[in-house]
Design a protein around this ligand. Structure first.
Ligand code: BG6
Length: 477
């Protein structure tokens, strides 16, 4: 049984009146939360108590110093905004197993009736903290924000949801997939549904295949133990990349409310055919087993290439190729939608047999372009490819966490993943978790194992994203 989203149509929650974050002295708070809080203060969106909770034996002054260090390292300190942050900041130091921690938190919350509780802590602590919040009255009227991983397979994802549902209704649970907060991903949805010219071709009749590549040129960056337990399919395919596929493939939401888009995504996740071992190649970069925290005989993948089908009328037989990995030649996430070729090279034109494509560069820059053919200047009827660039932006307009936390504070759940979609996405990858699919090795700095090029390969080959996002040649008016 799939968990049903409770109260999905009861509308947004309305604004929160306090921001509480568990794991306040940890890594996620340092890298992402403090910079997002400063940005929200700059935008005037965080005029409320901000309370950090952790068990570090710290005092408030130490948390303030940590906040300053975090900002200095991640984007810079805005003294005005930092002064406000310092003044609004409170700190509760205590064990999550100790009721007194939550009693103290409730006192600190004062009159706040709709606190947001952000669990920037390992999932193994979710049940304890959710229980502590409920018992102390902190869960009443509250919402809870949790980070991926949402389980490590279908069963554990369901168990996690059951645990959270004991104390919070589904509409009060905000599951962060930071990819959904990216400007480029917002652009992708907008471009798809704001342009009618796409709709007639956005189907199996005109789309030959779709490729989604998430390449990272770095390795596991000291997270060897975590990564060895997780692997690429759990780390980024089940969530970030299937989310991208869902946004590319879903039907247009019919209303503007937050659940219309989430309903359409859930339909697509459920239409994805579960993967089988023959549709996946797993790779491991040479040297992974020597990383600190990684088992010497580890069979965890640091690369995956897979072919996915969506069993509905729009997408039947259109392969969606997904590739992700560490230690690849570049850091870039890109979607390439390749259209079918022209049926004939009319009048013997040279160069018109190249297919058109749409490229969505999602990271680290935003680029949307349409690959077309034009006649090369000169006597001969010879074509040359050009990129018609619809959007090229070199930096994120706002940080994903700033957008997502701002939405969670105002009660807007559209960019957060719902229990039914999370579970349906786990059902897609479940058959190839662990060692079901073959593992091959690759040299760091290459595009994964040669097996990926042999076994899971689009008809016209993999398109490797370039380091520089700007196309070599663009059309001029
Ligand atoms: C995280 C993964 O969810 O996303 C990491 O755990 C990955 O392994 C990261 O590196 C990539 O996100 P971004 O936004 O830095 O491209």
């Amino acid at each position: 049984m799939t968990s049903q989203p409770a109260e999905t149509n009861s509308g947004p929650l309305g604004p929160a009146d306090a921001f509480v974050f568990f794991g306040a002295t940890g890594d996620l708070a340092y890298k992402k939360i403090f910079p997002a809080l400063q940005a929200l203060i700059q935008r005037g969106q965080l005029d409320m108590p901000i309370i950090g909770v952790a068990k570090s034996g710290w005092r408030l002054e130490e948390l303030r110093a940590r906040a300053r260090a975090s900002l200095a390292e991640n984007g810079g300190v805005d003294e005005g905004a930092f002064a406000k942050l310092s003044q609004q900041l409170g700190y509760v130091d205590g064990d999550y197993n100790d009721e007194a921690t939550f009693v103290q938190l409730r006192q600190r919350l004062g009159n706040a009736a709709h606190p947001l509780h952000y669990l920037a802590i390992p999932p193994s602590l979710f049940a304890t903290v959710a229980g502590g919040l409920a018992k102390s009255g902190c869960a009443e009227g509250a919402r809870i924000v949790v980070e991926k991983p949402f389980g490590r397979d279908l069963e554990s994802a369901r168990a996690l949801t059951r645990t959270l549902h004991q104390h919070f209704p589904e509409r009060a649970i905000f599951r962060i997939d930071h990819y959904l907060g990216k400007e480029a991903v917002q652009n992708l949805i907008f471009f798809r549904f704001a342009n009618t010219f796409l709709e007639p071709i956005w189907n199996r009749h005109y789309i030959d295949n779709v490729q989604v590549t998430m390449a990272e040129s770095f390795g596991v960056q000291g997270r060897g133990k975590f990564y060895d337990e997780v692997g690429t399919i759990r780390d980024v395919v089940q969530n970030h990349l299937l989310q991208i596929v869902a946004l590319l493939a879903m039907e247009a939401p019919s209303r503007r409310d937050q659940d219309s888009i989430r309903d359409q995504k859930a339909v697509i996740f459920k239409a994805m055919r579960p993967l089988d071992a023959g549709s996946v190649v797993r790779g491991q970069f040479r040297g992974f087993r020597q990383e600190a925290g990684v088992a010497p005989e580890s069979t965890t993948e640091t690369f995956a290439a897979l072919r996915l089908f969506i069993d509905n009328w729009r997408w039947a037989d259109v392969p969606f190729y997904i590739r992700a990995g560490k230690c690849l030649p570049v850091t870039a996430t890109e979607v390439l939608v390749t259209l079918t070729r022209a049926p004939q090279a009319a009048f013997g034109l040279v160069g018109v047999d190249e297919p058109n494509f749409l490229r969505f560069r999602l990271s680290p820059h935003v680029l949307i372009s349409l690959g077309a053919q034009v006649k090369a200047p000169g006597e001969a009827m010879v074509g040359e490819p050009v990129d018609l660039v619809a959007r090229h932006q070199s930096a994120e307009a706002s940080l994903p966490y700033e957008r997502l936390l701002g939405d969670a504070l105002s009660g807007e759940a559209m960019l957060f993943t719902r229990a039914d979609a999370v579970e349906a996405a786990w059902a897609v990858v479940e058959p190839v978790l662990g060692q079901a699919a073959p593992l091959a090795f690759y040299a760091p700095g290459t595009w994964g194992p040669p097996e990926a090029e042999r076994m899971i390969v689009p008809d016209d080959g993999w398109h490797n994203p370039a380091e520089a996002p700007m196309p070599a040649k663009t059309a001029s008016p």
